[in-house]
Design a protein around this ligand. Structure first.
Ligand code: NAI
Length: 363
């Protein structure tokens, strides 16, 4: 569905269909494109498409000429090293949102292509989703609601696996913008303890505010948690981090929430841990491939009692409030680029020939 033929700016967004026609605030869609309010940006040739897979996709055909690439994590255009090598004019990749792992960042460093994201734009949106997901798993909400839709009423069937969050130990892998906001939001729930695992320690005052304790060994960390929430970027050091081996160290029957990136958790190991009851629940909105295939095991996996699945499509960070913020942020990154102005330092993941962010692994 390419809208223009020649371009300097290539944007890969998702099709919004009827919803986008009816709701103009769906700015992350092809129809209402994320940077549409651009002023000088409008003078550039731009192409907007959702077609991103395979050699004949608009993405792969037009990346060859593009100078600016705009993508969104919600419908990721996977910019591999191979594609980067073909993209001779590419200067800057802008992620409309947070999380640029769909771009081969090491290849971007090697080819002096800058990668920027709209840091902070949707971190509250995700933190709220995490708290909701923790609650819906711990309280066994989904099976209880499904029972009601079916017309049944058997309280014991759902109460047998419902608990309070109060008194539980909750830990976050990654205590950056989202992880810390999750901890802040959990304070009033009177959890037994809040833990975090991150190579970057929280400033002492911030840790003290939420009374969070750092655990430096990952196995020891997960073995103490009733609930683990994943809030770190996907990079070489986190791909497959939660795998069959680590899951053995989880408390039996723990709950796992991952709104960071699907590939941080091993797909089959998670499904097996849920089926065996090693995990009581798994919830999140991110998948190892997006869109997730119809037969993806995470769509239907269940714990031995038939519940414990809180999966949704990737939307926690794309509420209408978040879309307004990341559309504005995308526009201002694009305008800074066109006008040769300095970029906001916190938005720069990869600068010219080097990582500027410390969040994508220890180097
Ligand atoms: P951030 O950069 O503020 O924080 C990330 C934290 O993770 C940093 O403190 C970093 O030190 C830590 N970290 C990195 N590698 C680690 C490792 N191996 N072990 C433990 N900690 C590690 O990023 P922010 O804004 O909190 O976002 C985190 C991630 O959440 C994004 O990179 C993205 O993948 C995901 N996200 C998902 C969204 C959604 O809609 N589901 C929306 C926004 C972000």
């Amino acid at each position: 569905m390419l809208k223009h033929k020649r371009q300097n700016v290539l944007a890969i967004l998702y099709d919004g269909g009827k919803a986008a026609e009816e709701e103009p605030r769906l700015l992350g869609t092809v129809e209402n494109k994320a940077s549409r309010n651009g002023s000088r940006a409008r003078d550039m040739n731009s192409s907007v498409s959702s077609s991103k897979e395979g050699a004949d996709s608009d993405f792969q055909k037009h990346i060859v000429d593009a100078e600016v690439l705009i993508t969104t994590p919600f419908h990721p255009g996977y910019l591999t090293r191979d594609l980067i090598e073909k993209a001779k004019n590419l200067k800057i990749c802008i992620t409309a949102g947070v999380g640029s792992d769909h771009i081969d960042l090491n290849a971007a460093v090697d080819h002096r292509i800058q990668v920027l994201e709209v840091s902070g734009s949707n971190v509250v949106s995700v933190a709220e989703h995490v708290v909701m997901s923790i609650l819906l798993l711990v309280r066994n909400f989904v099976p209880a609601h499904e029972m009601i839709e079916r017309g049944d009423w058997q309280v014991s069937e759902v109460a047998r696996n419902a608990f309070d969050l109060e008194g539980k130990v909750v830990g976050t892998i990654g205590a950056g913008r989202i992880g810390y906001r999750v901890l802040q939001r959990l304070v009033p729930f009177d959890c037994k303890e809040l833990l975090y695992y991150d190579y970057a320690p929280l400033p002492a005052a911030a840790a003290e505010t939420v009374k969070a304790r750092r655990v430096e060994d990952l196995k020891q960390f997960v073995s103490q948690c009733d609930v683990v929430t994943v809030n770190c970027p996907l990079h070489e050091g986190t791909r497959g981090l939660v795998n069959a081996e680590l899951l053995k160290h989880f408390k039996k029957g723990a709950w796992l929430v991952n709104t960071a990136r699907g590939a941080i958790c091993d797909k089959d190991a998670v499904a097996e841990a849920l089926a065996s009851g090693q995990l009581s629940g798994y919830s999140g909105d991110v998948w190892n491939v997006q869109p997730a295939p119809k037969d993806h095991v995470w769509r239907t996996m269940k714990n031995p009692l038939g519940g414990g699945n809180g999966m949704v499509p990737h939307y926690s960070g794309t509420t209408l409030d978040a879309q307004a913020r990341y559309a504005n942020g995308t526009k201002s990154i694009l305008e800074n680029y066109i006008n040769k102005k300095d970029q906001e330092p916190q938005n720069i993941i990869v600068g010219l020939g080097k990582y500027e962010s410390k969040a994508y692994g220890q180097r």
